[in-house]
Structures are given as structure tokens and as C-alpha cells.
Design a protein around this ligand. Sequence first.
Ligand code: COA
Ligand code: AMP
Length: 635
Amino acid sequence: MPSLQAGDFRSHRAFAEADTDRFWLEEASRLAWFKAPTRAKDLSQEGVAAWFPDGELNTAWLCLDAHVAAGQGARTALIYDSPVTGQKAQWSFEALRDRVARVAGGLAGLGVEKGDRVVIYMPMVPEALIAMLACARLGAIHSVVFGGFAGRELAVRIDDAAPKVLLTASCGLEADRVIPYGPLVEEALALAARPPKHCVVLERPEAVMALQPGRDHSWTAFEAGAAPVDAVPLAATDPLYILYTSGTTGKPKGVVRDHGGHAVALAASMARVYDTGPGDVFWAASDVGWVVGHSYICYAPLLVGATTVLYEGKPVRTPDASAFWRVMAEYGVKTFFTAPTAFRAMRKEDPEAALRQGYDLSRLKRLMLAGERCDPPTLEWLQDRLAIPVIDHWWQTETGSPICALPAEASWVPKIGSSGVPMPGYELAVLNEAGEPQGPGISGQLALALPLPPGTLPTVWGDPARFSEAYLARFPGYYDTGDGGYIDEDGYVFVMGRTDDVINVAGHRLSTGEIEEAVAGHDAVAECAVVGASDPDRGEVPVGFVVIKDGVNQPPESLEPALLSHVRQALGAFVYFRRAVLVPRLPKTRSGKILRSVLRDLLEGRPPVVPSTIDDVRIVEEIAEALAKTAGSDA
Ligand code: COA
Ligand code: AMP
């Protein structure tokens, strides 16, 4: 009989395939449930699983109280390192539990109960993690909004989640400047149709935010004045959080994560992929606003009793390209996780990694990359400089943990360009347009057979129909990942990029539809198309092709900066919309569909593949000319 107690990765994967339910119940038995599940899953008509339906637990309790109860309360849970403020601090599991319990009490005092939503719009400060865990403790559903989003985007997410409370801070800090949150929050609250009744503001010394009596509360008083509360027992299927992610339309999708499946999947991944257990130091250099921040800054390290590092800084400019090496050495990081773009930035400033000298990296055992495809030169650069496995692995907001990775066992050797092999529970197929599985080496759409394993999204918040349409409708019986790629003869997976209108800018997932909506919001714009262009530093950057309304007299030289600044205001600077090409028309099919692939070809300098359905082929030449004219000014 197969078992998790014995065997290697291959036998675990075979176990998961042969007896899925028993495999996951065994994985689940590693956690301290309030009520252990007796059933692995219930299946919906569409084949979507609700995992561990009769189990009861609380993720925040597992992350904190469980370790205190096991006598490990004095161990370090959280290290905060902030080169942008010059602060460093640490909390033990017990100290963090006490702060979380008080903040949960404060939220309860504002009327937050199980099932209520709380939006968290905060920079990379310990209070962001405390806020997430406090919500989880109460059974409230948090929705963290990345601090780089502008007010309008915050408003869109507030309206979808309809939170009782907004937790925020007076500012965020970038390498070279302070970003006051006050104007962004006020704009969002003014735009929102369903604003929260209460805002709790973490007042940072770098910026003052005027508090509105009756609505706003100072974090310090809020936390100090609150009575601690215990963790609420929750059904495994109760939602833990909503995280909005870019889809193919302008409206972000609220990916829902449950308590039980999530905890089981994360704990399993820490052993199987990240080689991290109690007492190890784990650092994911991402942001709490993204899924990596949720899974691997906040929840997973704490679940397994490891120390998590929360770093408020950049890989470069805080103060230089030695920043990551310094943090790894200073805290004895064992497993490090970031997006390849961070290393591209470091490599650009320090091509030989000379700044690594003097830092003791002997405790670093594993370097994990995700968020975008790792370009082979960056991978090779790292492999040449670090005598440890450098592992590209693939996952998405929707899955919450890796779909593919390289198992932690030493016998698994990475292949350059591949993001490893499917993890137990993920049955990955390469499908052609007709939905037929393809053989080794043949490219197609990457799809996952249903049911998906624990930890994956059970639905889209408030919109089950969108969940079905966006993910399940295209290939019945499968979840469509939106990524294309192939599997080689040895079973290694090569993810080649999105096949939809999602682009990846410096590890940030963005929808071109969302950017198009923002561009179209400028008064001068008649219509526009946004596509991703390859970029040596950021992987991809958005480029707009914009048709200006008749009668607009503004000179083109001032229109482009106006459009760029408009998008920056509407969405946020991190979107990196730095090029808008003014064109007389957009290439379209006779039925009016914009031919984005033609725009992409022209941008990349490839001979465009022009379909016979184009309504007027002369437009291709016109756009090529417009691009040639602006190329000089970009250089
Ligand atoms: N709040 C406010 N503004 C933000 C922000 C935030 N949280 N994050 C980024 N910005 C702003 C930056 O200040 C910058 O503004 P500017 O145009 O005025 O200079 C702009 O958005 C672009 O930011 P960024 O892409 O971060 O560029 P950068 O040059 O500051 O840093 C990298 C480049 C590669 C170092 C950085 O993008 C990075 O670390 N990326 C990794 C991303 C990541 O962790 N992804 C998660 C998946 S693992
Ligand atoms: P996000 O939901 O922000 O995590 O972004 C998920 C998307 O990032 C995926 O659908 C992929 O397009 C891309 N991605 C993440 N990791 C990888 C990887 N290792 N290789 C290739 N693409 C990746």
C-alpha cells in the first residue's frame, strides 16, 4: 500500500494518481486540525473539488498558536528588514500571536465577523502580515490590494469585495521616494459604491495622513486598546482570502482561497519543493499584494514553523545590488524565492556579482524563481555563481502553490528553460485547439485535468459563472491555465508564455484589457490596443497603439506624455506604460476584431503574419511607419 511515510517523489506522485483521496487525507493528517477531515472531497457537477468538506481548522491558529502550544513559542517567526526606513525587527511565534490576537480583537470591535471582508492596502510592513493573520483568526476574508495600485484600482476591488473595514498605512516607501497613501485612499473611497465604514491607518513617520473622525482609526490606538481574541474554528471550505488578479478583460477576477485545502497544499509544498521545515529561514522577496506574498511570505513558512523574512526594499538601489546577498547572509536564509526580473536588475548593475564577496551564503541551499519564465542567460548567470540548485518553477495566483517544480530530492536535476515536473495532484496536459492531448515535444495549451488539487481556487468571488467561463469552458474536463508550452520526453515542462491577453511586467501580472480601459479613459482617445513587447530587464512591457479622436488639436509630442501620465494615475506606476504610438487606425478583421498579433510582430521587428481576414492591408504599412518614427525617440 502506498504511503507518504516511505518513498520518494515519484512514488508520491504515483500514489496521488492512483488513490487521490487517500493521498490528500494523508497529507492533511500532518496538520493539527480542530476536527480532522474524514472525507477528502466533494465534487461539483463541473468536476470542481471542495476539499476536506467535514474538516475544521483555523489557518492563523496553525501558523501561530499551534507552535506556541507545541512549546516553540520563543522561536523566531518573523524578521522585518527595511532598508528604506533603516528598521530591523523580529517577533517570536508567541509575540506575533499576541499582536495578531489583539488586532483580531480590534477588528471584532469594529463589527467584523466570520465571512466579512476586510481590504488590506498596505506596504511591506509587519502589520500587513498581522492584518492577514488577524482576519484569518476571526474567519473574516481578507483581500490584499498591492500598494502600487492607484486609487481607481483600489476602488474597483473595494466594490467587488464590499469590505466592512479597510486596513491601510499613511505611506509606502520606494527606493527614492515616499508614496503617501492618503490621496489614493481618499480617491478610492470617493469612487467606491460600497466603501467600508471603517479605516484603520498605520501611521508611519515618513508621511502624515489626515484621519477623518468617525471613519478613521489610528492603528496604534486600535491595536493597543483591543482585547485579544481566540481563533475561530472554521470549515475547511470557508474562504480565507480573495486575491484579485488580471484576466482577459478590464475587470479583475477575485480568486478565492479556502482554509483547509490551502493549508494542506502549502505545508506539502514546503517539504516537497522548498525543503523548509521548523526552524529554517525562508525568504520570498515579493510583495504581500501578490500571491507569492500570500503563500510564501505569510502563510507557508509560518505553517511549518519556519522563520519568514519580510523585506521592504528592492534588489537594487536599497542601497545597491548587494541588498539580497546581505539579507541572505545576515539571517541565514536557507531557501530564497524571487522573480527572475530581480536578478536581471542585479546583474545589470553588478555583472560579475562582485558585491556578493564578503557575504557568507553557506546556509543558502535552494534558490527558487517564478512569476515569469526565467530566461536561460539569467539562470546560467545564477548557476555559475552559486553552488546550489537554482530552480525555475511555475504557478499562478489561481493555484496558490507550484503546478510544476523540481522536487527537493538531490536526484532531480534542473533543465535550462524548464520549470520542472508536475507536482502530485496536478495532471497536466498539452492540448491543441480541438482539446486533443499532444505528445512529447509538441506545443499547445497547458491545461490541468479536473479536479484540481487542494489549495487551488474553488471559484471567482461573487461570480461562479465567470469562473466557469474563464477557466473551464474552453476544454471540458480541464482547467485552462492560459499558458502555452510543451512537455519533453522526460516529463519536464516548458512554459513558454501566456496565450491570452495577460502580460508579465517585472513579475507583475497585468491584463492588456485593463490598460486599454485606462488609455481609453483619456478624453483624446478614440480607440486603442495594448500589447506586450519583450524587454531585456522587465521581461515584457506594455505598449499602446492609440487612435486619437478627430478634432483633437493637441500636438502629438504632448499627447504621448499626457497618455502615459494618465495611465500612471489611473493604474499605478508599476504598470510601466512608457510608450504610446499614435496611429491612424488599428489593424482589424472584417468583423472588427483587433489583430493584436500583427501589432506584436511589428513591435518585435518580425515580418507580420497578416491574416486574409484583415479589412485593409494598407494599415500594416501605416503602423510600421508610425513605429519607425517613434523608435528614435525611445532610444
Ligand atoms: N508602491 C508604489 N509604487 C510602486 C510600487 C509600490 N508598491 N512598486 C513599484 N512602484 C513604482 C516604482 O516606484 C516605479 O516608479 P517610477 O516609474 O516613478 O520610478 C514604478 O512603479 C516601476 O516599479 P518597478 O517595476 O518596481 O521598477 P523598479 O525600477 O523600482 O524596480 C525591479 C525593478 C525589477 C527591481 C522590481 O520590479 C522588482 O523587484 N520586481 C520583482 C517583482 C516581484 O516581486 N514580483 C512578484 C512575483 S515573485
Ligand atoms: P501570477 O498569477 O501573478 O502568479 O502570474 C501567473 C503567470 O505568470 C502564469 O500564468 C505564467 O504566465 C507566469 N509564470 C509564473 N511562473 C512562471 C514560470 N516559472 N515560467 C513561465 N511563466 C511563469
